[in-house]
Design a protein around this ligand. Structure first.
Ligand SMILES: C[S@@+](CC[C@H](N)C(=O)[O-])C[C@H]1O[C@@H](n2cnc3c(N)ncnc32)[C@H](O)[C@@H]1O
Length: 219
């Protein structure tokens, strides 16, 4: 399949959840040279029917955006403020793969992307190709071997996910969690190290409070 066919393929997959939404390859200005296949910013979501909105809530296609935390994480990795060089890195809850691909571009020796969304993982494979990097995609963190650094962005969006924080401690000696949802960190093994203001990309006008991305590291 060539590039337009691939993008059309994902547009068709999206059709049921977001009729009329296009998918295009977009450059992320704060995370140069990262490019990702993302929802077309021209899409007008203001007149989605209740039925469509319900379907979206049931099974959100997370990969259509680079979430604010993934964007901020990719930015700090590419600016070498988070050191990934020669490290085995796993991006947990990778979505479209902003963190994973940034790590590969910034010199990680091996990168895993871990996500349970099969369509998202297909998009991530395309995004790796677009950025000319090699990423091993896994659907279970246990399949990532010899990890030096675990990164995770915007995976704590519901309380039921807080147990990930304990799981991470068993998977890697170094952990960076980027999050725009938590009011306060629910796990005493993590310390706030930095805050970055950004939006999702494309910007879907989330509440301003979700534009503040907090970075935590294990202590
Ligand atoms: C809000 S999205 C964030 C995506 C990406 N990190 C970013 O910042 O753009 C959360 C992601 O976590 C993934 N996820 C949820 N539960 C998971 C699990 N148990 N294992 C791996 N990934 C999971 C979802 O499929 C989704 O892709």
């Amino acid at each position: 399949m060539n590039e337009p066919d691939v993008l059309n393929h994902f547009k068709k997959i999206l059709h049921d959840q977001l009729p009329g939404a296009g998918v295009s390859i977009q450059s992320l200005p704060r995370a140069n040279p990262l490019k990702l296949a993302l929802i077309d910013p021209a899409f007008d979501d203001s007149c989605l029917s209740q039925d469509v909105q319900n379907k979206l809530m049931d099974d959100p296609p997370y990969w259509i955006f680079c979430w604010a935390s993934g964007y901020a994480l990719a930015e700090l990795i590419l600016k070498e403020q988070i050191d990934v060089s020669n490290k085995v890195v796993v991006d947990f809850g990778a979505g479209g793969g902003a963190g994973a691909i940034a790590a590969a571009l910034a010199g990680a020796s091996k990168v895993y992307a871990c996500d349970i969304d099969p369509v998202g993982n297909e998009v991530l494979a395309l995004n790796a190709l677009i950025n000319k990097v090699s990423i091993e995609i896994v659907d279970d963190l246990a399949k990532a071997d010899g990890v030096d650094l675990l990164i995770a962005a915007d995976v704590l969006y519901e309380r039921a996910n807080y147990h990930f924080l304990d799981l991470f401690l068993t998977a890697a000696p170094d952990i960076v969690v980027a999050d725009s949802r938590l009011k306060s960190m629910p796990n005493e093994n993590y310390t706030l190290v930095e805050t970055v203001n950004t939006t999702s990309f494309p910007d879907f006008n989330e509440a301003l409070e979700f534009n503040e991305v907090k970075f935590y590291r294990n202590t």
